[in-house]
Design a binder for this molecule. Structure first.
Ligand code: NDP
Length: 319
């Protein structure tokens, strides 16, 4: 199979790139993923209220927004394939894209594989994963395991604040475990967390191990100043400690920075390989917003359209 443009990833960046490329009649193929990077639709699939995406004065649910973007991409002729890309070869042209089921060749690629939540890898974490420990309150918080019990959330950013607030709907008490003496979350989120009667903040502590029998029952905390170890009886432990870019697939293929994010050139979304662009959280550790991801998805599609038009003779098709 030979294609003009393949988009890998299905968050706001991928769908926006697909909408623009579809409208430019590039007949994009979009691999929305199956398991890699979480779930098709990206991180907004595990978010409830999105209140800062322009155009939705009353806010919109993350999965609804992604469903709308997907529908819009389909409407403009995108072919969506639900499969994980497992290998790429950008060293030879046309580029080669492989899943477990197919091999596809393409002149251009837009990478929008996003980022994944980090874990702490505590002793006991594997044992209690999905039995009390999770990295997504919004996915797992409704589990009866977490109803009317005490729960801990690790982190001090917007994700931790959002998860702690969300979990107050179900838990009897939420303990927010912050490793430093300050919250990194926005002022609005800080104020919501600090003023919530069900949230107790533990400053300068880190969980160091998880204990229980069938399910999580207790964690050990270490004070980061004194080193003292204490116990906290909780039936839930949620990680909200940041993200890692989903770029393993591109190691040795694209230039990555020290944290593994794809390097892009200047104000563009161009990577070090002509014909490959990167958009969304996979190349952005600074803004990481749905709207900035969508914006860079748009940029990547416009840049790809222009580049494909310039290469049209070489590739012998009318772009
Ligand atoms: P951040 O990187 O902003 O925060 C990560 C938090 O986890 C920090 O408090 C950090 O501590 C802590 N942390 C990191 N590693 C560890 C560790 N090993 N052990 C304990 N704690 C740790 O990540 P977020 O996911 O919260 O946010 C990412 C971006 O997404 C931000 O730009 C945020 O504004 C945005 N966002 C926006 C939302 C919205 O607008 N509704 C919702 C969620 C996120 P320290 O401060 O000490 O480094």
């Amino acid at each position: 199979m030979m294609e003009q443009l393949v988009i890998i990833g299905s968050g706001p960046a991928g769908y926006t790139a697909a909408i623009y490329a579809g409208r430019a009649q590039l007949k994009p193929i979009l691999f929305e993923g199956f398991e890699a990077g979480g779930s098709p639709g990206g991180q907004l699939m595990t978010t409830t209220d999105v209140e800062n995406f322009p155009g939705f004065a009353e806010g919109i649910q993350g999965p609804v927004l992604m469903q709308q973007m997907r529908q819009q991409a389909l409407r403009w002729g995108t072919q969506v394939i639900t499969d994980d890309v497992i290998a790429v070869d950008f060293q030879e042209r046309p580029f080669r894209i492989a899943t477990t089921d197919l091999i596809m060749y393409t002149h251009a690629v837009i990478v929008c594989t996003g980022a994944t939540a980090k874990r702490l890898h505590l002793p006991g974490e594997e044992r209690f994963w999905n039995n009390g420990i999770s990295a997504c309150a919004i996915c797992d918080g409704t589990n009866p395991l977490f109803h009317n019990v005490e729960i801990a959330v690790v982190g001090g950013g917007d994700s931790a604040a959002e998860e702690a607030l969300y979990l107050t709907k179900y838990a009897s008490q939420v303990h927010l475990l912050v490793r430093s003496d300050r919250l990194r979350a926005s002022k609005t989120m800080q104020s919501r967390v600090l003023n919530h009667s069900k949230i107790q903040i533990h400053w300068q502590v880190l969980p160091i191990s998880a204990h229980g029998d069938e399910v999580l029952q207790q964690i050990q905390l270490q004070d980061q100043i004194t080193g003292a170890i204490s116990e906290l009886k909780v039936n839930g432990l949620f990680y909200a400690i940041g993200h890692r870019p989903n770029t393993r697939l591109f190691e040795g293929q694209l230039a990555l920075d020290s944290q593994g994010y794809i390097k892009t050139t200047g104000k563009s979304t161009a990577t070090n390989i002509a014909g490959v662009w990167a958009a969304g959280d996979v190349q952005d550790h600074l803004y990481r917003q749905a709207i900035t991801a969508a914006g860079t998805g748009c940029m990547a599609a416009l840049e790809a359209e222009r580049w494909l038009a310039e290469q049209a003779n070489a590739f012998s098709f009318a772009a």
